[in-house]
Design a protein around this ligand. Structure first.
Ligand SMILES: [Zn+2]
Length: 76
């Protein structure tokens, strides 16, 4: 697939996905995604995105201000 931002080729890789939910910053490392080699934009597929929503919904209850998670460990 091509990047929606700059139309360059995207390749499979891992990204650090950052979500801001009600003032709680959740950083999820090692999320599989298609990454643009030119501008760094990335695209997460639907299955992974749903998984991330579940994870974020769960950890957002902890009331921490910043959380750093590792996707690879979470889904293992
Ligand atoms: Zn791009």
């Amino acid at each position: 697939m091509n990047c929606i931002m700059c139309k360059a080729n995207m390749t499979e890789g891992k990204v650090n996905h950052i979500v801001d939910i009600d003032g709680c910053i959740v950083i999820i490392k090692n999320v599989p995604a298609n990454v643009c080699g030119q501008c760094g934009e990335y695209f997460i597929n639907n299955v992974t995105a749903l998984r991330l929503e579940e994870i974020v919904g769960e950890v957002a209850k902890s009331k921490a201000e910043i959380l750093v998670l590792n996707y690879v460990e979470l889904v293992a």
